[in-house]
Design a protein around this ligand. Sequence first.
Ligand SMILES: Nc1ncnc2c1ncn2[C@@H]1O[C@H](COP(=O)(O)OP(=O)(O)OP(=O)(O)O)[C@@H](O)[C@H]1O
Length: 248
Amino acid sequence: MSNSTDFLLALENVTVSFDGFKAVNGLNLYIDKGELRVIIGPNGAGKTTVLDLICGRTKVSDGSIKFKDQEITGLKEYEIVRRGIGRKFQNPSIYEDLTVFENLELSMPHGRNVAGALFWKRSEEVTERVREIAEMIFLSDLLDRRAETLSHGQKQWLEIGMLLMQDPELLMLDEPVAGMSVSERVKTAELLNEIIKHRSVIVIEHDMKFVESIAHRVTVLHQGKILAEGDMDTIQHDPKVKEVYLGH
Ligand SMILES: Nc1ncnc2c1ncn2[C@@H]1O[C@H](COP(=O)(O)OP(=O)(O)OP(=O)(O)O)[C@@H](O)[C@H]1O
C-alpha cells in the first residue's frame, strides 16, 4: 500500500484541451480533509473548468483525479455525487414554488434504487436533518416560506443547504457571494467556517475581501496552471500574482 496521500482530493497532471487549447494544463492540486481552499485568478484562467473536471461534467484529456485515494476520472456526474462531492453552480437551482422545508427534504438521498424511492416517506430522521441544516443556513424561521419569496442571498444558502442534505465530504462553490449584501457575505463566511468542521470546501471567488475572511489557503490559477499557492499573506505579496491579478 502506498502512503502517498492523506489528501481528500488529489489532481495530478490534469490537462483538458478544447480543440487544442489547454484550458487546464498539467495541474496538480491537493485538498486536505477539513480544508477551505479558495481558487482565484483572472477571467479565463480555468477556475470553473477545474470544478467541471472534478465533478465529471468535463472529461480530462490527461492526468488523474483521485478522491479518498480512489480514481474518479471518467466516472459519470451522478457517480461522483454519490462518492461524496457536491457542486453548487452560480445560479441557484432550487424549486421556486416549493417551501424551504420541501426543497431541503427533496434533496435527502432516498436510497439507491426505485423501491427505496417509492417506499420512502417523511420520517423523523429526515425532519430532524432538515431542521439541523436549516439552522446552519439561517433559514430556521422560514421553513414554510415558498422559495420564490426568499432574497437572492437566502436562495444561495438554500442551495448550499440542499447540497449539505446529501452529506458530501467535499463541497465546491462557484462565486457563492456574488450579488449578496455585505451582511449576507459575513454570514456566508460564518456558514463556510461551520461547514468545514466536518467537510472540505473549494470556493472560486473574485471578492478579495471575502477571500480574506475565509481563506486558509489560496490557489492562484493563470492560463490553466498554478501561478502561486499559499496563505493569503503570501499570495497578496507575490509579485507574479500582483502582476496578473491583484494589481489591477
Ligand atoms: N466547453 C468549452 N469549450 C471550449 N472552450 C472552453 C470550454 N469551457 C471553457 N473554455 C475556455 O477555457 C478557458 C477557461 O475558462 P473558465 O471558465 O474555466 O475560466 P474561469 O477562470 O472560470 O473564468 P471566469 O472568471 O471568467 O469564470 C476560457 O478561455 C474558456 O473560453
